[in-house]
Design a protein around this ligand. Structure first.
Ligand SMILES: Cc1cc2nc3c(=O)[nH]c(=O)nc-3n(C[C@H](O)[C@H](O)[C@H](O)COP(=O)(O)O)c2cc1C
Length: 222
């Protein structure tokens, strides 16, 4: 565990996110060490936050990836306002990392590859759920799952064997959050914590954000 944050030691804050994620994941002390919250904004200007799972940290380009339903509430909000923010928190370690960035859908082939890596049950569930829409009952939800099984000629017992792969639903895929601000927070005694804030300018080039200047950094008071 890091004991203190030294400004001069950290050139790329994405390395810290990656190192902390690795450290916490390898310890296997929590079920979803890769979870983080993502906050979006709706057209009325109100914020909305929920947990998602971080599936990739790109240190060089400075983005993180999560997967979701492209018709969900979060997706509608990200289409309206791609500026979003998130927080990772590992309480056992006294680590917090806050990010602000711009969301862009992942390239199709990357989403395809990730979808293929999911269990058959998770693949069926992605097809079966109109995420964020209402439904009458749990029974109705189960019948949507059954319909998806039927659509792909899958028997329930196959779910345990995991012997089939489905195509990725067109309404499901990844988001890259291109980070322009990241704050690394380390717990210290007497609530006199370490906070380092890193910022960079990003400009959109095609389907990616480019930074020409790199990261600037400053220390914040706790
Ligand atoms: C630990 C945890 C991890 C989650 N991971 C994801 C995820 O990776 N993708 C996702 O769409 N929803 C995930 N969810 C569910 C979301 O929190 C949320 O309920 C769902 O995405 C619908 O959000 P929305 O209606 O705001 O779009 C996760 C929930 C928890 C508690």
């Amino acid at each position: 565990m890091s004991m203190e944050l030294n400004q001069s030691d950290i050139l790329n804050p994405m390395e810290v996110l990656n190192d902390w994620m690795k450290e916490v994941s390898e310890a296997e002390k929590q079920p979803n060490p890769n979870c983080f919250s993502i906050a979006t904004t709706n057209q009325e200007g109100s914020s909305n936050v929920r947990m998602v799972l971080c599936r990739e940290i790109n240190i060089v380009d400075g983005y993180v990836v999560f997967y979701s339903n492209y018709n969900s509430t979060k997706a509608i909000e990200l289409a309206y306002q791609p500026k979003c923010s998130g927080v990772f928190h590992w309480d056992n370690y006294g680590y917090q990392i806050r990010i602000k960035g711009y969301a862009l859908k992942s390239p199709h082939d990357e989403s395809d590859d990730y979808f293929l890596s999911r269990s058959l049950g998770s693949q069926v569930a992605a097809w079966a759920s109109e995420q964020s829409n209402s439904i009458g009952s749990r029974k109705d939800l189960e019948s949507q799952f059954d319909k998806a099984l039927k659509k792909f000629n899958i028997e329930r017992k196959q779910l345990a064997i995991n012997d089939k792969k489905l195509p990725r639903p067109p309404f499901w895929g990844g988001y890259r959050i291109w980070i322009h601000q990241i704050e690394i927070w380390l717990n210290q005694n007497n609530r006199f914590h370490d906070r380092l804030l890193f910022q960079r300018d990003l400009s959109l080039k095609g389907n990616a954000y480019i930074s020409t200047q790199g990261w600037t950094k400053k220390r914040l008071q706790p």
